[in-house]
Design a binder for this molecule. Structure first.
Ligand SMILES: Cc1cc2nc3c(=O)[nH]c(=O)nc-3n(C[C@H](O)[C@H](O)[C@H](O)COP(=O)(O)OP(=O)(O)OC[C@H]3O[C@@H](n4cnc5c(N)ncnc54)[C@H](O)[C@@H]3O)c2cc1C
Length: 378
């Protein structure tokens, strides 16, 4: 029987970064993935690192996002040193374009919201915005510059973390899908994969939007997939230095000259089909924000599945079954939240306490709601 200190189900950014941190802390770690690790949401993502909330529902995540953002430079340096490859980290800020006719009110509301959350944000005139990003459409009215934000090439980062985990002693098992947690009474004793039992003192469920398919994990990780379609463009006529946000789209530059445009948010089960409507929306919005894209080469189109939780917040921490820890539900912010997630799960497993307040992300919040509904139904 395979025996580990920690067995992890899922080798995306979340599972593999947890594995890396725990191996560096001296633990024997087994990382199990149903395919080659790193080919789901972590591959499909845009890699924007922005703790600013995209909707009111995400405000509760801001402190965690800020904590992760602060860890990023050191995290990137550590991974690049271990694996010897760049991960395309670009710390150049992000620019949110304002096109409304009510510019003054809109700008001051956005800036006040950011400052209220302790986030850096500066109003820019149209001229200043176009000086920073000359490829923007000419009739931009104003912009908000968030100098502390960044982006990273998530495909390079995911590969580099998996490679670093291997180099740090993690045993990676590809094509090794996990079917269930191995439960005996109130104790989680590891994982079940087919007819094989994998023994571990600590078990981490980090299978992204597939986590609820692992038998026994569903009450703690009731995630569902939120499909996102993306495209990548190449256009020598357009020079984009930093992440740009429009009303309908974001654009993300890569060091190799590509610009990613995304993304749709669709609840369509586990289907990753590219649709004409989704692609048209991305292309129209990209050309609208940067007119030179009319001539861009369309290099690639793809879709991925974000792990979304019922309240859109991540699911992090211990379950009420000894030895079981959940790390999923990162929805639209899993790349941003990778360093802090790895740190918190490592702290919990090695020290039994954590350095950030993670109560509101507890996997027990769904179980409590479920029991309440059940009790009132009876
Ligand atoms: C289009 C798109 C754009 C995005 N943009 C951003 C962004 O700009 N910034 C940001 O921060 N976040 C972004 N995200 C979100 C981010 O990509 C995810 O939150 C993050 O990648 C989730 O990582 P994960 O490791 O939990 O899941 P995944 O990367 O999905 O990894 C899960 C892993 O578990 C494995 N697995 C599944 N079932 C099993 C099983 N039964 N047994 C074993 N292994 C299993 C899978 O094969 C996979 O390797 C985006 C996502 C998408 C789809």
């Amino acid at each position: 029987m395979k025996t580990f200190d920690v067995a992890i189900a899922g080798g995306g950014l979340i599972g593999s970064s947890i594995a890396l941190d725990l191996a560096r802390a001296g633990l024997r770690v087994g990382l199990f993935d149903k395919q080659e690790p790193g080919l789901e949401a972590s591959w499909a993502s845009a890699g924007i690192l922005s703790p600013a909330p995209e909707s009111p529902a995400m405000i509760g995540m801001v402190p965690l996002g800020k904590a992760s953002m602060a860890l990023y430079p050191e995290f990137v340096q550590m991974v690049e040193e271990i694996c010897g490859q760049s991960v395309g980290y670009r710390a150049k800020g992000t620019l949110e374009v304002v096109t409304s006719r009510h510019v003054r009110e809109e700008l001051s509301t956005i800036i006040a919201l950011h400052h209220g959350l302790g986030l850096r944000a500066e109003p820019l005139s149209a001229a200043d915005a176009r000086e920073l990003e000359p490829s923007l459409r000419e009739d931009v009215e104003a912009a908000v510059f968030r100098p502390a934000e960044a982006c990273v090439d998530n495909r390079l980062l995911t590969r580099a973390i998996i490679e670093s985990a291997r180099k740090s002693g993690v045993e990676v098992f590809a094509n090794h899908g996990v079917d269930a947690i191995w439960q005996e009474g109130d104790i989680c004793k590891g994982l079940v994969a087919g007819s094989e039992k994998i023994s571990a003192k600590h078990t981490v469920i980090a299978a992204g939007c597939f986590s609820a398919q692992i038998h026994g994990a569903e009450p703690y990780a009731p995630v569902r997939p939120a499909k996102g379609q993306m495209i990548s463009l190449r256009c020598p006529e357009a020079r984009i230095e930093r992440v740009l946000w429009g009303d309908e789209i974001y654009l993300v530059p890569r060091n190799d000259g590509r610009v990613l445009a995304g993304a749709t948010v669709e609840y369509a089960g586990f289907d990753k089909t590219l649709t004409a409507g989704g692609q048209r929306k991305l292309l129209n919005a990209a050309i609208d924000l940067v007119p030179a894209f009319e001539k861009a080469q369309l290099e690639e189109a793809w879709a991925g599945l974000r792990p979304d939780s019922p309240d859109h917040l991540p699911i992090l921490g211990p379950a009420d079954m000894q030895g079981l820890v959940i790390a999923t539900g990162h929805f639209r912010s899993g790349v941003l939240l990778t360093p802090v997630t790895a740190k918190l799960i490592r702290e919990w497993i090695t020290l039994g306490n954590v350095s950030e307040n993670w109560e509101r992300f507890s996997p027990m919040r769904f179980e409590a709601a479920r029991k309440q509904t059940h009790a009132s139904a009876n």
